[in-house]
Design a protein around this ligand. Structure first.
Ligand SMILES: *Cc1c(COP(=O)(O)O)cnc(C)c1O
Length: 376
């Protein structure tokens, strides 16, 4: 069994993906080909924002946003403690201070009440200037943007939506990657919309930031490539990746998001009485980057993972370590006790196989094994 069956997806979409890739090979327009612009236009339309600027990966996408806002030393950026390393790495990379905020146990996303406390604390201490909230749409579900926006407005902060896992999700019909002042995503192969290598994109309605990001991603270019007006980076999306994404976006819109929701519903139906299953808030739609259950303890979780492995069922631990306890951010300056939900989740979470091409009998095979292990 595959954790995320990219082989089956390729077999299903083979003719369109192959012909799109062949076209790039024939034209040899490997960098900044017309497919890149076409993809950017389609993605902006899909998300419902004015600008989409593609780039080399989801980490660069976050960096480009922080660069456009000139975030640097002395600035505080609020980041959930439970996320992939990139969400905080980019803050330190700009020389700013990541402030880790605990998440909610039932959604895995940043806890707005604790976010408010953290912002007030930093503002009161006057050591760092509060500047940005990076809200992550973890495992496919958008963060609580209505609450987050209130805090941002009250304290004059920017909201950066890290939609690397959230692409395709919604709140009341409004699409993920439209909730931040700037939003970003990743096209890493295993993300909800993945390419065949690394890729990413930045989304915004703001013309000035869009122009800046367009410049930063190509060596800080001015009116043309050899006119360089600022220090930037080399972060373009390859034409081949854009060609793959154009083929995949179609399937993503047509049925993949609804199919992962079908799989998630089946899992929850089978498992809700057995383990803690993930919650999707009212009016929210998840794109199910992961389907994550919670066990009672590390022993039970690790035991289940082994039990599944012996039966040929892959599972993953996202994430085994809180951001605040990553060595790269050491020494941790906050209060351990304020991040207890994340610390607990790291012991108890287990992500199950999840992708749009999963058959119902595969789900049943997995849930049956889990029920056997738990003994219910
Ligand atoms: C994957 C991921 C990123 C980084 O994306 P890359 O394309 O791998 O650089 C950032 N944030 C989150 C939450 C992610 O899951």
């Amino acid at each position: 069994m595959e954790f995320r069956n990219l082989k089956k997806q390729y077999q299903t979409l083979k003719s369109e993906i192959d012909s799109n890739m062949q076209e790039v090979l024939q034209n040899t327009n490997f960098i900044s080909g017309r497919q890149v612009t076409e993809l950017e236009e389609k993605l902006a339309k899909y998300v419902g924002v004015k600008h989409c600027i593609s780039c080399a990966n989801g980490t660069d996408a976050l960096s480009l946003a922080l660069m456009a806002w000139e975030i640097g030393p002395g600035d505080a950026v609020f980041v959930p403690d439970f996320t992939f390393f990139s969400s905080g790495e980019v803050v330190s990379f700009e020389g700013a201070e990541p402030v880790f905020v605990d998440v909610k146990e039932d959604t895995f996303n940043i806890d707005p009440a604790k976010l408010r406390q953290a912002v007030m604390k930093v503002a009161g201490e006057k050591k760092y200037r509060p500047k940005v909230i990076i809200a992550v749409d973890l495992f496919g579900q958008p963060a609580e943007y209505e609450e987050i926006r209130k805090i941002a407005d009250e304290f004059g902060l920017f909201v950066l939506e890290d939609g690397a896992q959230g692409f395709g999700g919604e709140i009341n019909g409004k699409k993920a990657c439209s909730f931040g002042d700037i939003s970003t995503t990743s096209f890493f192969p295993a993300k909800p919309l993945g390419c065949y290598g690394d890729g990413g994109a930045v989304f915004t309605d703001n013309d000035e930031w869009a122009a800046l990001i367009g410049s930063y991603r190509i060596h800080g270019k001015g009116s043309y490539k050899y006119d360089n007006v600022r220090i930037g980076m080399n972060s373009r999306l390859d034409t081949l990746q854009a060609a793959v994404l154009l083929a995949k976006l179609h399937a993503f819109e047509q049925y993949e998001v609804s199919e992962v929701n079908r799989v998630a519903e089946k899992y929850t139906e089978e498992l809700a009485a057995v383990v803690k299953t993930p919650i999707v808030l009212d009016g929210y739609l998840s794109s199910w980057a992961q389907y994550t259950i919670q066990l009672e303890s590390r022993e039970q979780r690790d035991g289940l993972q082994n039990y599944l492995k012996e039966r040929g069922i892959p599972s993953m631990i996202y994430y085994p370590k809180a951001m605040h306890s990553q060595e790269a951010f050491a020494p941790f300056k906050g209060e351990e006790s304020e991040l207890s939900v994340t610390t607990g989740l790291c012991q108890k979470v287990l992500a199950l196989p999840m992708h749009p091409y999963m058959e119902e009998d595969e789900v049943i095979q997995i849930t049956t094994a889990i029920k056997e292990y738990i003994g219910k």
